[in-house]
Write a protein that binds this ligand. Sequence first.
Ligand SMILES: *Cc1c(COP(=O)(O)O)cnc(C)c1O
Length: 467
Amino acid sequence: MNFVSTRGNVNQIGFIDTVLMGLANDGGLLVPEKIPQIPAEKLEAMSKLSYQELAYEIFSYYVEDEIPANELKELIEKSYSTFRHPEVTPVQKVKENLYVLELFHGPTFAFKDIALQFLGNLYSYVSKKTGETIHILGATSGDTGASAIEGVRGKEGIRICILHPHGKVSKVQELQMTTVDDKSVLNLAIEGTFDDGQSIIKEIFADVDLKNKYHLRAINSINFVRILAQTVYYFYAYFQVKKEKNVESVNFSVPTGNFGDIFAGYLAKKMGLPVGKLIVATNENNILEGFIQDGVYKPGEFQSTYSPSMDIQVASNFERYLYYLVGENPNAVSELMENFKTEGKIVVNEELLHQVKEDFAAHGVEGQECLDTISKYYSETDYLLDPHTACGVAAYERCNEPNEVCVTLSTAHPAKFNESIELCNIEQTYPEEINQLFDKPQHLEVIDANKEDVVRNLVKLFSYTTK
Ligand SMILES: *Cc1c(COP(=O)(O)O)cnc(C)c1O
């Protein structure tokens, strides 16, 4: 399969090169040249597969023969053997017509593990095959960092540097990242927001000389492999719900920050999965909701919320959606992104807005509404939602019609966000893996949010020598 850039200025490349390139060299994002179509009979056959078997079938469309079948199967087995649940991503019925897709059974208790366990193994595989050095650079709003570090720690030939917004991640998120005592791991706590971190990363990745000189690789959802790995659980969840409910299609409500997870759902739908509405759930950082209601994409003032992993104003993956919205026209995307750079906003016309509304529904959840949703579901159904999942459930309540069936993605375990759970006067017990973190020393550097300081620290990380 060939991949192209949303901005049209990268020669077609294959799957592995797409993973290695991360951000496209022209500043765009890489997308498949042609989205594979899965016919109904094939879907029927897929519905009987285990999570790992399903992942293999779906990945195969994109990887083709770049990784031999037995090796791809091994990579998948290894990646999901670290999950605590035999189904990897089990679906729980919470009430009539509402299911929760639990994506937090991996090592760091958030959905990021599903893609990053695989990406860590894939980088290690590529490094072994080609002798290529892998230096990972990423920005996190809290969960990607821990998950990426967990995905690559201890793997030969890989070093990793993660930027997180100092003091703006939850205690457990901070501990998960910074208690790893490993010379190949560097945590930079920047004085700024996630958007500042993401913009520094994009600046560095857009500097192609720097990127090549230091073998820089991406783990953020600018990397297409993240999106691909996340399409699998949309299929899996749909098949599980179908076993219980005889419905044509299923809606998905998705707690959204960088538009990565919901874009995976959009891709699954384009591949032929009968997805109904895709509901974009945001918090007060609701630029995406604004776009879906009015066709204007304009970042506002950053706000810290009860769901910190969604505290994002500029959603990287939004460009992938724009590409399809404008009919896979890279010139139109380049123009819109140029406008965004100069005028600080993207505006689409009535016709396109109509299409946007066909593709998505949206609800921006305000703080108290998030807490009320946690309390309500805890008392009514005994199910403890983390604050991100609570945004998803609140958006389901707003956007799902009574006769429709909805799966809400549960993106994290509530133990990661006790700061918010406490505010609902709910006492939870931590899983043992999280309890242990509180006694460990932390390793991090606090730095200013600028490219130069990040590069200086990167060079130090990459130049240490191992025995
Ligand atoms: C990353 C994250 C999100 C947002 O996912 P995107 O792919 O950035 O939209 C939502 N919830 C949690 C818990 C996360 O870690």
